[in-house]
Design a protein around this ligand. Structure first.
Ligand SMILES: Nc1ncnc2c1ncn2[C@@H]1O[C@H](COP(=O)(O)OP(=O)(O)O)[C@@H](O)[C@H]1O
Ligand SMILES: [Mg+2]
Length: 235
C-alpha cells in the first residue's frame, strides 16, 4: 500500500526528514509518533502529494510519487482519505456539504450519497449539526467533519494527522473505535499522534517513531508505566 525508500526532505537548509524507509501492507495500522517538529506532518504531506518528492522514492496506493504530476493528485486523493492537522474543511459550507463533496467528485448517485453521508455524520455524533455552517462549529466538531470526510468514500488508505488532537478522551476513544472498524474492513491507516492513550487504542498497530527527522524505532506501544509521571504523590 505504501513503500518509502531513502526519503529525505528539506525546507531550504533545514532537513525535516532524513533517509526514511518503511513500508505498509494492505490492511495495516501504523502510528507515526514523535515530538512536535519531528517531521510527522511533513512525511504525511509527502505521502498525499502536497509536497514534491525530491530525494528518495515512494509509492502510495499504486501511485509512484516521484512521477506524480499535479493532475494526478485528485486521482490519488480518491484512493486516499486525508485528515489534515488543520482540518482544511470549507468553513462557509455545511457539515453535510463538506462530507458529501468527497462523494460528489466520484459521481455517486444522490440517494446513495445522502445515505452514506448521513451514516458517517451520525457515527461522528454530528447529526444535529448536519446543516450547520462549519465556521460556527467548535474546533472538536470541525475536526470530526474532517474525519468524516476522509472516511466517507471508503478509501484504501487513510492518512490522519493528529486526528483526535482537539477532542476529549471519551470522544477520542469513540473515534479510535471507528478508525479501527475501517481498518478491520481492510482500510490501511497511518495516523500521526503523540498521545499514549491513542497508541494504546490499537495494541497490535506498528509504531514508527520520528526524532528530528530520523526514523528511530519501529516498535510496540509503550505501556502506561513507561509514561513520565509528573508530580505523582504517594499517600
Ligand atoms: N513550510 C515549512 N517551511 C520551513 N520549515 C518547515 C515547514 N514545514 C515544517 N517545517 C519544519 O520542519 C520540521 C518538521 O515539521 P512537522 O513535519 O510539521 O513536524 P510535526 O508534524 O512532527 O510536528 C519542523 O522543524 C518545522 O518547523
Ligand atoms: Mg504535525
Amino acid at each position: 500500500m505504501v513503500n518509502v525508500e531513502h526519503l529525505s526532505y528539506n525546507f531550504g537548509a533545514y532537513w525535516a526528514l532524513k533517509d526514511i524507509s518503511f513500508s505498509l501492507d494492505k490492511g495495516e495500522f501504523l502510528f507515526l509518533t514523535g515530538h512536535s517538529g519531528a517531521g510527522k506532518t511533513t512525511l504525511l504531506r509527502l505521502l498525499y502529494g502536497a509536497l514534491p518528492m525530491t530525494r528518495g522514492r515512494a509509492s502510495v496506493a499504486g501511485f509512484q510519487l516521484n512521477a506524480l504530476k499535479k493532475r494526478h493528485i485528485p486521482q490519488l486523493r480518491r484512493k486516499v482519505g486525508v485528515v489534515f492537522q488543520d482540518f482544511k474543511i470549507l468553513l462557509d459550507r455545511t457539515v453535510f456539504d463538506n462530507v458529501a463533496m468527497a462523494l460528489e467528485v466520484r459521481g455517486m448517485p444522490r440517494t446513495h450519497l445522502e445515505r452514506r453521508v448521513r451514516a458517517i455524520i451520525r457515527a461522528m455524533g454530528l447529526e444535529t449539526k448536519s446543516y450547520s455552517i462549519c465556521e460556527r462549529l467548535s474546533g472538536g466538531e470541525q475536526q470530526r467533519v474532517a474525519i468524516a470526510r476522509s472516511m466517507v468514500a471508503n478509501p484504501e488508505l487513510i492518512l490522519a494527522d493528529e486526528p483526535t488532537g482537539n477532542l476529549d478522551i471519551e470522544l477520542t476513544m469513540h473515534l479510535m473505535e471507528i478508525f479501527k472498524q475501517f481498518n478491520t474492513y481492510g482500510t490501511s491507516v497511518i495516523m500521526a499522534t503523540h498521545s499514549h492513550k491513542v497508541l494504546e487504542c490499537v495494541p497490535n498497530a506498528r509504531i514508527l517513531h520520528l526524532h528530528d527527522g530520523h526514523l528511530m524505532d519501529v516498535s510496540k506501544p509503550m505501556t502506561e508505566n513507561e509514561e513520565p509521571i509528573l508530580g505523582e504523590v504517594q499517600s
